[in-house]
Design a protein around this ligand. Structure first.
Ligand SMILES: [Fe+2]
Length: 238
């Protein structure tokens, strides 16, 4: 009888101890939920700040080169649409979007008389313009983006057969994001008016990327880009 009473008391004391532990666990869980909320709010703030900085940089580049007004947004719109159509990961799409918005940031250092020149560029002038991916990389490399933004900017003029610049990278050496951006960049440039020529139109742009599919431009990027225009799932806003 005495033993039974002891076991009962022990059981009650175990239950009380367990309740206390549960209360403690609930408290720490609530604390974790709160910390998670604070963290996610901070991340959201950081993301908004990064977007804001990227947009300001894009505006700054286009002020220096009025002939490419809207270029960054249009290229980004096309490259992101291509990546989404391919079901690429949100991380890759976000990298393409951020790099797309500032891919020509290195041109900020190129004098306007070269950027806006109507006639033929000298080798020296062309050399200065060709340096813009590297300068862009130097400007961005220390910023802690959520993705390889600086490298994508560095590689957006590379070509599949190694004839691009500035590093002459080939095929898989070039980041997927940069291969997508390269195709969108070329298509947008051909479709748009330039100081030295009229806009050449979507058909001419699609012919350019199709003729050099797998040689200059990534095959999958070309295929999905052509598909988007043929299906009328994408068009540049006027
Ligand atoms: Fe560029």
């Amino acid at each position: 009888m005495e033993d039974e009473q002891k076991t009962k008391e022990q059981l009650i004391s175990d239950v009380v101890a367990m309740r206390l532990k549960i209360t403690e666990l609930e408290k720490s869980q609530n604390g974790l939920i709160h910390a998670e909320e604070v963290l996610s709010q901070s991340l959201e703030k950081l993301r908004k700040a990064t977007d804001f900085i990227i947009n300001i940089l894009a505006v700054a580049v286009e002020i220096n080169d009025p002939y490419i007004a809207g270029h960054h947004k249009r290229v980004t719109g096309l490259a992101a649409a291509m990546a989404m159509r391919m079901n690429l990961s949100a991380h890759i799409i976000n990298g393409i979007r951020m790099a797309g918005l500032i891919h020509d940031i290195g041109k900020i250092t190129v004098p306007f008389h070269i950027l806006g020149k109507l006639g033929h560029l000298s080798d020296a002038e062309y050399g200065i313009i060709k340096n813009h991916p590297e300068l862009g990389y130097q400007i961005l490399k220390d910023i802690d983006f959520d993705g390889p933004v600086a490298l994508i900017v560095y590689q957006h003029h590379e070509r599949m057969n190694g004839t691009g610049y500035p590093q002459g990278l080939k095929g898989g050496e070039i980041l997927l994001e940069a291969r997508f951006l390269a195709v969108a960049d070329v298509v947008e440039a051909i479709c748009t008016h330039r100081p030295y020529r009229q806009a050449l139109g979507v058909e001419r742009a699609l012919r350019e990327i199709s003729e050099h599919r797998g040689v200059l431009y990534d095959e999958e990027a070309v295929d999905v880009c052509v598909k988007l225009f043929r299906e009328k799932s994408f068009s540049f806003k006027p």
